[in-house]
Structure formats: structure tokens, C-alpha cells
Write a protein that binds this ligand. Sequence first.
Ligand SMILES: Cc1ncc(C[n+]2csc(CCOP(=O)(O)OP(=O)(O)O)c2C)c(N)n1
Ligand SMILES: [Mg+2]
Length: 874
Amino acid sequence: MRQIAPQDAAELETLETREWLESLDYVLQAAGPARATQLLRALEIHARRRGVKLPFTANTPYINTIAVEDQTPVPGSNEIERRIKSLIRWNALAMVVKANRAEDGIGGHISTYASAATLYEVGFNHFFRGKDHECGGDFVYFQGHASPGIYARAFLEGRLSKEKLENFRRELKAGGGLSSYPHPWLMPEFWEAPTVSMGLGPIMSIYQARFNRYLEDRGLKKKTDQKVFAFLGDGECDEPETLGAITLAAREKLDNLVFVINCNLQRLDGPVRGNGQIIQELEAAFRGAGWNVIKVLWGREWDDLLAKDNDGILVKRMGEIVDGQYQKYAVMSGAYVRQHFWGADPRLLDMVKHLSDDQLQKMRLGGHDPAKVYHAYKAAVEHKGAPTVVIARTIKGYGLGESGEGKNITHQQKKLNEEELRAFRTRFGIPISDDELNSLPFYRPAEDSPEILYVRERRKALGGYLPERRVRVEPLKCEFGDLFEEFDKGTEGRPVSTTMIFVRMLAKMLRDPEIGRLVVPIVPDEARTFGMESLFRQVGIYSHVGQLYEPVDIDTLLYYKEATNGQILEEGITEAGSMSSLIASGTAYATHGINTIPFFIYYSMFGFQRIGDLIWAAADMRAKGFMLGGTAGRTTLAGEGLQHQDGNSLVTALTVPTCQSYDPAFGYELGLTVMNEQYAMPAMPAGSREGILKGLYKVRPSEKDKKKAKAQAQLLGSGAILTEALKAQKILEEQYDVAADVWSVTSYGQLYREGQAAERWNMLHPAETPRVPYVTQCLADAPGVIVCALDYLKVLPNAIDRWLPRAPISLGTDGFGRSENRASLRDFFEVDSRFIVFATLNALLRDKKIDAKVVQKAMKDLDIHPEKQNPAIS
Ligand SMILES: Cc1ncc(C[n+]2csc(CCOP(=O)(O)OP(=O)(O)O)c2C)c(N)n1
Ligand SMILES: [Mg+2]
């Protein structure tokens, strides 16, 4: 047989390819894209059957998702919008440069907003709806480091004064300033969501979108097309929180959610993926998770070239360049780009021979082209059935030219010299003269200028300015009648755990006609651990689609009931997601004007320890709600060992200024943590309510006559260790003739804060009668030695010891836990009744109230070994 010459083979292949493509074109023309998809799918199945191994890819080519043919005219005035954007660019830059001239090292970022300006401005002019809109307003999570641009826009809108801008990052100056990043705590009428801790914005936005649905499905809010937009950085996508919940968004079909990823290919130190392509990586991840992905990579200048790219060589070339190289093209001349990008193939060079080097260099990327961005957003908000991510390519530090555009140092660029300022001013046509330039004036055109009129008109049409935080409802009144009365009475000897009591309280609250429907129980796959499964049936587990299956336990009383109007947010194993739900619910008083009351119950150790930064964000956001660390206490949770036993959270909780933390021992004390140890719950001693809230009250005074006893002591117990203190009280009385009072410390944190406040007041009011800390008031006249015992770190009692009449001995659980039973753990950590007795005797010896021999004998009797290993370091 005659061999086909290689060039003939190549020609044949080219011909064959063309025929196939022409056939497809014909189908497209005659029957449209749906039919083309059908055919391609059939072809794929056929090929697979014939053993063709198609390589897997979740990617589409490295081009825009929206075809030029699908673009419609963009409303509004492109020219005025460009001028507005330029002014915002200038003011944002001036704000940061000015701040750093006035105060070296005050910081701020120019390059993030410079890259994202078009992404935001298209949103502000056409998409984001304010609070007066009938939908209630969209939620926008701004990239934290882009805040200068958001402030600069608010300045044009007339919402922020020049003085405020001048005091960027100087909130403490007279007249106030602007916080570095979005902090609702610091600017409660402006910012809604803190985003600067990378990854938190994205995960919070997903749960916010889901919570909005939840409120609608439960009839607490009317159904609207309200959206949640989250802007994030490409570098930020490496945080596990960023992508960690994207499957939830797709599963829940959150088409009210739009992510916009600003892919400037850079993070702080350098390229996000120098040797790869972050855009393709993200596309695959989001498509794989079920999102609608819209890539906006190339500006309109590329349209003609791509239209002529019949053989796909340009698309292929675009897809083979790694990000580090793309970054290089951004900083190099047109000649360099011609040689290195287009020069790879003579046919490519031919395509651009009509363009000058300058034109080549100025070909915009998609994220800098308002029309491309507009179409992406339009498609995103119109998409049904899935969340959308807009992946937009930009240049970091866009417009900064020599002073930072696309450079690795650009993230931290905060100073520009006069020449650089002039270049920026000229490039964006800012009407500021050379003479004025160096004083960096903010520029705001006259009130009746086309720019200001346009800004105002657009925002009015879209329902008002944003960001705006607006509290729309009065706080709930704490009038619960006799709802909690039964818990004050105790259990009449019946042993129960505080966790069981909490579940009962929750069940009661859920049934309450006033607050019942506002309660939002949130649980990360631990409902059975805490005995909450009865609630599944009682109020249902929320699912947008209801229950599409017959649950395996349908014939039991407590079956696993999912329902569209279900009330429980059963989040699965995600504390970060659950906390995001708590935040969404705990801020609904502001975001929706609905006072929902979240109760997030979780495995204590996986709360403050694992998701502390989200808790911090919740505080910044002024979230209100209850967190309950179940199975709390280092020695109370038997068997689980080092990873699970929590002796830490109350210490960490103290670091969160708005968090009031409690370590309740009894049903009537319930607060932050709850335990699984069961014991009889006593009735609330009369008059102790105030002390419980403040952190300290006397539970059981000594039954002995103090004057007749050999010595006196005050035992301070907390949580489950309070029962050990009560046991120790008895032993001390019966065996050592020591009269001991027992106190319950429900919150060292509250005692500490109150003491600090008193001390501070005294310092600032030297001539007035000093205030006495509450803990001192309680214990000043209490006789005898003081011993504190708790299931948390000793640092908690030590934090208040200077307000005690005498230095205490603290017994706590510093160190790693063990898989053991309760008794062994309490022996190991030296917090059981024996050690409380022993510590008391030691303190009495120190005070010369008893003889050393008594202590030595006690040591034997109590079976305490002097060379016992130190739990704090073993
Ligand atoms: C959790 C966390 N880690 C680190 C930082 C510090 N940081 C601030 S911005 C930044 C780089 C951001 O890069 P990218 O997400 O790509 O945003 P860009 O500025 O490029 O748009 C880093 C590391 C932070 N803010 N939060
Ligand atoms: Mg980036």
C-alpha cells in the first residue's frame, strides 16, 4: 500500500477538521446551541463506547464565557461612568498617599482597588440595590483591602466629608476618621460585613444567602430577588474557608448569590500561581461544585482578533501562558509582548501586524472593560438554579504605571513621588493642576456637575447608597414571664446534666408563642450528642426542597424530618459554616429587621479553639446570639481525650470584648457552656439571680459554727467542679473541723471585666471614693483561706486574685487531656474534692492555722503522691 506523504496527511487532517467544524456551524445555524450540545454529548458517548479515552477537564478555553453575539447594549453613559471611576481612583489613591505622608507607616492599600475599580463601579451604577429598594437591598461583601475605593465613592456621593477622608486610618482624631477596613463595630452605620480576614467574607456570604432563603421559606420574610454579592481576591481563594462551603451553595441552588473573584494573578508577595493558571484552577473547582462560572478575561479590543481566530491558534496560545508570564506581559512594552506572546507563531504575528506596539500594550483585560463586566453581572443575576461566580482578570495596581502596575511590590505601595502622581493624574484626566498636585487634594466636582448628578440618579434608581448598615428593628424585650421558672426550682434530686436542661429550655422557647418562631437552633452534626434529636421531629430540619425521601426511621417517634419550613439549621460537620449561620441570624435585626435568636450548640473544643476568627468577626458585626459549648470542661467529658476536652474556651472567650462567657454548674445558671455530667439540680437560692449574672454568688454556707471551728475557708467552684467543692466542704467540716463556705463562680470573665472597670474608674477619679470591685464586695469579709477550683485554666482565677482579700490557691486543668474516666481525670489534673481539701489544708498551714503534721497525714489519707506527674506539662 502506498504511504501517504506526511504533508498530505497534515493537509487531510486540516481538511477533516474543517469539515467537522463546518458541520457544527451548520447545526448551530439551523437548530441552535441546544441541538449542538446534544450532538456533542452523543458524540462523546459514542467515542467512549468505542474506547476513546477522553481526557477529563472541568475547564473551558481561556476566553470569555459570554460570546460577543450575546452582548446587548449597555445602558447609561459609558463616558460619565469612566470619569466618575477616574475620580474615585484618584481620591482613593490620594487618601492612602496622604495618610502615609502625614503618618509614616499608617498603611493602606492602593493597588487592590486600582485593579477592582471597574468591577465595583459597574455594580454601583447598575446592579447593587440599596436598602430602600423593594427587595430590601442587596448584601455586598467588599474586599477588605479595597476600602479606600469604597470610601472615595461615598465621598463623591456626599456621604463622607473631606475631613473623614483625611483621617483615613485615624479614627481617634477629632471629628473621627475612617477605619482601615470594613468594621461594623467602628462604623456601625456604614459597613455591614467585616471581610479583611481572608476567607471569612466568602464563607459568611454563602451562609448569608442561605439564611435569606431560610427566612423566606419559613415565612419570616417575603420572597424577593435580593442578592448577595461577595468580592474576593484570587490569593484569598487559598484560604480553606473561601472554597470550603461552595458545594453547599450549589446544593442549595443559591441563585441569590454571586461571587466576583478579582483575578489580578497576584497576592501580597508575588504571583498567586506563577507556574500555573489560577483562573483555570478556580473555574474547575467551581464548575465541579456545580456553580455557574462566567469568565471575563479579555476586553473588547480582543473581540476582532478572536473572531478571526478560525484555527484556534490564538485561543490555544492564550491557554498555554502561565500566570507569572502573563504578569510579565502586563509590565512590559508592546514590543516585548509582540515578540514573546504573538511571536510564538507567524500566523499570530500576522493577526496583529496592523496594531502598533502601543496599541498592543493597551489591549484591555476583561475586568477593566465595563461592558464585559456588565454582561457578566447581568448573566449572573439572571441565572436560575445555581450560584454564579464571575472570574474577572485584572491587573494589580492598574493605572499606577511605573510606580507599581503589575509589580510584585505593588500590594504595599503607599507612596508616590510627584512625577508618578502627575502620570496618574494625566492618565485618568483628573482636573488638578501641576501646582496643586503635590498637596494631593481630594477632588469632588460641583453638586450640579454631570458626574455628581449621574451618581445620585443611579443610586436613587437602585434604592439608595451602599454600603449602609441600618438597624431596622427595636431589640426584643426580655420579658419571658414564667418561661424559665421551672429551671429555678431544681430537679428534686433527679440527676440531669446542664446540657439536658438546655435542650429542655430550647424546646420550651421553640414552643413559646412570642419568641418561638424567632429561635434558630444551629448544630454541626452533634444534635444526638446533646440529646436534641427530639427537636428534629418537633420543629423539623430546614431544607429548601423539603424531604425527597422516606426517612429510614419514619416509624419512630423522633424521625429525621426535613422540611421546607424546618427550623433547625443542621449544618453537617462544619463549625465554620455553623458560626456563619449564627452570624447571619444574629445580625438579622440589622440586615432584615428581624430579631432572630440563634443558639449554636457545638462540641466545646471545636468552638473558640477552631473558629475563633469567625467569632471575632461576629463581634465586629455586632451579632447577637448564644453559643453553647457542649461537653465542656477538661475533666467532665470522660473518655474522649486530648483533642476533645476543653479547658480553654473560657480563656479565649475573654478575649472577645462583646462575649459574656459563663461556666454554669446548675440548671438555673445556664449560659455559655454546658456539660454532660449528670447530677441533681438544686433550686436557685433566694436572691442569687444578680450574683449569677455578675459571676459569683454563695451556694452553700458552712453548716458549722464558724467561731467554734478550728479554721475557716472559702471554696470557689465552677461548672462541674462545683460539685467537687461541695464534696470537699463536707470532708473539711467532718474530718478537719474547718468551716467552709462554697461559692459558685459562674463567670471569672465577668468578674475580671467588672474589676478592671472599677480599677480604671478609680485611676481616672483619684479624688473620689474608690469603687469596690464586685468580687471584693462579696469576699472582703469572708473569713479564712480561699481555694478556687475549675475545669479550665488556672489563669482565670489568677486574673481576679488581686481583688480577693487573700491570695487564693488555684486548681485548674492546664495541660493536655487524657482518654479517661472522670474520677481519674480529676485526680490527674488535681481538681477533685481530695485536692480541694488538700489545697485548703495547705493554705491553712501557710497561715499557721494548722500543723504540718495534719497536712502530711491528710496527704496519706487522701492518697496524694508528692512525685505525681505534673499535668500541665505531661
Ligand atoms: C487571614 C489573613 N491572612 C493574611 C492576611 C494579610 N493579607 C492581606 S491582603 C493579602 C493579599 C491579598 O491577595 P488577594 O486575595 O489576591 O487580593 P488582591 O489584593 O490581590 O486583590 C494578604 C496576605 C489577611 N488579611 N488575612
Ligand atoms: Mg490578587
